[in-house]
Design a binder for this molecule. Structure first.
Ligand SMILES: Cc1cc2nc3c(=O)[nH]c(=O)nc-3n(C[C@H](O)[C@H](O)[C@H](O)COP(=O)(O)O)c2cc1C
Length: 298
């Protein structure tokens, strides 16, 4: 697991499924993380966890888990490591600000409980895969660094950091100053996240912050070709991207109407009159209607 200089697809719950991760990799993403798998659900194993879909054909893939007890996190890490021997790392989510996750004591609630996170890193490390942690920034740079140092000491092998407070959700700018401060003061790789819209912006952020790599999230939702420098501003390119996505879904037997619709609504933005195709796609009720909406001349 070497993150040096990589442009990674950020984990995006419900969006970065296997076909989307492969699509971004086709366009140049160097790797990704399966997003937000519930450690509790995995330990209970009442039903298969459908979102847990890593595949050996991915370039470099980790699995992100969330939970509130070190026991669940440790057990989930073992289950994943045993089932998927090609996984490169297990990532513990300490970043998610969504209320129903935070209310259980998981996600960004863990930023207030470094001792619990240390125990989680210890128990997850028993699965023998590298363990990473994804965080948001804490109240001060110093508190963020203290948290990261504790993770590092407990054995975390990399820190992913989104430079916003949990309370900000996605408002304001991602603070690359705090990412720089962390990168300069810990020894393990730091992967920065927040507001990167092009590869050259990512390279500039890495040069500024001295972090090891960067991730692209929302910009890739709208334009998966961002990883190969595609501007994503032409309808014909968007159609090509959608058809590439469809082909990957077909080859993995993953054609899901609601997923295709949500991808179409995201992809078809950023060009003149894009609202017309988006509206038609959003109103489609069947797979055929969706394809017809996309094939239409606008
Ligand atoms: C729809 C959506 C879902 C997200 N889901 C996750 C997630 O499951 N796990 C996670 O660590 N971060 C998640 N994030 C945060 C992103 O990984 C990323 O850190 C953040 O969006 C900032 O990067 P960006 O400006 O490139 O989007 C999510 C963000 C969005 C917009």
């Amino acid at each position: 697991m070497d993150f040096t200089g990589k442009a990674l697809l950020a984990p995006l719950s419900t969006f970065t499924n296997l076909p989307f991760r492969l699509l971004c990799q086709k366009y140049g993403a160097d790797g990704s993380t399966v997003p937000l798998i519930s450690a509790r659900a995995l330990c209970m194993r009442k039903s298969p966890v459908l979102e847990l879909d890593p595949d050996p054909s991915e370039k470099s893939v980790g699995v992100q888990i969330f939970g509130y007890t070190p026991k669940d996190i440790g057990e989930a890490a073992k289950i994943i490591a045993k089932k998927y021997d090609f996984i490169e790392y297990i990532d513990i989510n300490c970043a998610c600000p969504v209320k129903k996750v935070v209310a259980t004591g998981a996600g960004s609630a863990l930023l207030k409980k470094p001792a619990t996170v240390v125990k989680m890193i210890n128990s997850a490390s028993e699965c023998c895969l590298p363990v990473t942690v994804k965080i948001r920034k804490l109240e001060t740079n110093k508190k963020t660094l203290d948290f990261c140092k504790k993770c590092e000491k407990a054995g975390a092998t990399a820190i992913f950091i989104h430079g916003r407070y949990p309370e900000q959700y996605y408002s304001g700018d991602s603070d690359w100053g705090v990412i720089k401060y962390i990168a300069e003061n810990i020894s393990v790789p730091v992967i920065g996240s927040g507001d990167i819209k092009t590869i050259s912006e990512g390279d500039e952020r890495v040069a500024y912050s001295k972090c090891t790599a960067f991730m692209i999230g929302r910009a890739a939702m709208k334009n998966p070709s961002v990883f190969s420098g595609g501007s994503g501003t032409e309808l014909k390119n968007k159609k090509a991207i959608f058809h590439d996505y469809l082909a990957i879904c077909e080859s993995y037997d993953r054609i899901e109407f609601t997923d295709l619709k949500s991808k179409a609504v995201q992809f078809f933005t950023g060009f003149a009159n894009s609202v017309r195709i988006r509206r038609k796609a959003a109103l489609s009720k069947t797979y055929d209607e969706l394809l017809a909406a996309i094939e239409n001349d606008y």
